[in-house]
Design a protein. Structure first.
Ligand code: C5P
Length: 233
């Protein structure tokens, strides 16, 4: 156990936690590309578990755990995003559906589901480094990460970003409803007892409400080079 811990300590890890719509996914992809590191979109694991549970009509805890442990998932780089394959099927868009997001946040409150996904998430920490995006990356999954960032933005700004994304995809959306949904999900994620959404004590807080994506990426790159030195250049 000690040996295993030591080995994973040697892998550079940057954690990006924060509420939905704070820009973690986009920032993570851009940083992973710039650094040539691996990335973990931990939310996708909760969404995939939720999707399988809905499709198989398997809502019991034991069924969820079975799904979480045994799902056949492959991530395929696809331009500016990661394609998500579940048992060979492209489910990149399916896991983004609102219903799946709500179910994901519901099952994410079950400690045994979180436990079942823990080792899967830790396995992403391989050289040359990892960018981990989620809610509990810095607090639970990678407590020894060398650089932890907590990204936030106001609910209104996050809803606006999501609204724009949906519109670009040709999906109809209602801004006040999106604000309400984001606030409800924030509440659920922050108030649950299992690994609630909160900044690690040693995380750097970054409020992106007034920042462009480029500004956030540059700021994190600066922190990364201060933290890791020549490993990132
Ligand atoms: O980040 P994303 O919106 O894809 O995550 C979907 C849901 O999965 C979140 O609302 C949250 O409840 C849950 N989640 C979590 N822990 C993580 C990542 C996501 O509980 N590390």
């Amino acid at each position: 156990m000690r040996g295993k811990q030591k080995m994973s300590d040697a892998v550079p890890v940057i954690t990006l936690d924060g509420p939905g719509g704070a820009g973690k996914g986009t920032i993570c992809l851009l940083l992973a590309d710039k650094l040539g590191w691996n990335m973990l979109d931990s939310g996708s694991l909760y969404r995939l578990t939720a999707l399988e549970s809905l499709r198989k009509n398997a809502p019991e805890d034991a069924q969820l755990i079975e799904i979480a442990k045994n799902m056949d998932i492959v991530y395929v780089p696809d331009g500016v995003r990661l394609k998500v394959m579940l048992s060979g099927e492209d489910v990149t868009d399916a896991i983004r559906a609102e219903e799946v997001g709500s179910k994901a946040s519901e099952i994410a409150a079950i400690p045994a589901v979180r436990q079942a996904l823990l080792e899967r998430q830790r396995a992403f920490a391989t050289l040359p480094g990892l960018l981990a995006d989620g809610r509990d990356m810095g607090t639970v999954v990678f407590p020894h990460a060398q650089l932890k960032i907590f990204l936030t933005a106001s609910p209104e700004e996050r809803a606006k970003r999501r609204y724009k994304q949906l519109k670009e995809k040709g999906i109809d959306a209602n801004l006040p409803e999106l604000v309400a949904e984001l606030k409800a999900r924030d509440r659920r994620d922050s108030e649950r007892s299992a690994a609630p959404l909160k900044a690690a004590d040693d995380a750097v807080l970054l409020d992106t409400t007034e920042m462009s994506i480029d500004e956030v990426v540059n700021q994190v790159m600066q922190m990364a080079s201060e933290c890791f030195g020549n490993k990132v250049v």
